[in-house]
Design a protein around this ligand. Sequence first.
Ligand code: BTN
Length: 254
Amino acid sequence: ARVLRTSFIGKHVVYKETTDSTQNIAISLADRSDSHGTVVIAEQQKSGRGRQKRKWLSPKGGIWLSVVLKPGIPTAKITLLPFVAALAVCDAIKNATGLDARLKWPNDVMISGKKVAGILLDISAEADQINYAVIGIGINANVDSAAISARLDGTKITSISDELGHSTSRLDLTRSLLENLEHYYLEMEQQGVGTILQKWKKRSDMLGRKVAVVQNNNKIIQGMATDINDDGSLLLKTDVGDVNVVSGDIHVRY
Ligand code: BTN
């Protein structure tokens, strides 16, 4: 198999057959001085975590991994890291499978309107100093989407194997993902967030559409999704003016 063409991501890999959550293992390793770029990967997770304290069912056949990063960026910019990861996943799926993967704010990866992958960010920070960030990536690769549809958050779910009608190489997909992740991560560090957000927007089909944002407090805001701001928030044009949405789940109305 071809070697991994990265300089720091995946130079150290922790592999588990079964674990509670790769995210928790990565967090436990993150304080070490040499943890930058460490990847924790598992065949299956027993207590996989999703955004907003949801469960993330993680049976065998998927790609469940977490990456420890120590970004040299201000704390305020850390919200952009999930965009970097979503971009990397989107391109990896396209390159490795040919499927038309798209991005949905804030960081879901979709195929034909159904979620195929998700991103989770955990950080430890003091004042304006980031101690570490752990980015969790879950890709429904070779799993039966009916078996994970109990992730019940109102989002329709799919998997790569369901979309292709056959299984895909998780090795090729993971390699492409880690190479893209390092590439876009360095682009963000060296060039700022501008080009990352531009690329993200190109792969999204929601800007210009009417959307309803369901927030954490279950409040719903409706409006036209017009832009992604430099901090990663979503700009909505509503009847009562412009609103910047910082977090929440979004349902795109077609
Ligand atoms: C989401 O809710 O969309 C985010 C899902 C993130 C799942 C991944 S799988 C690897 C890592 N370990 C976890 O427990 N969660 C993340």
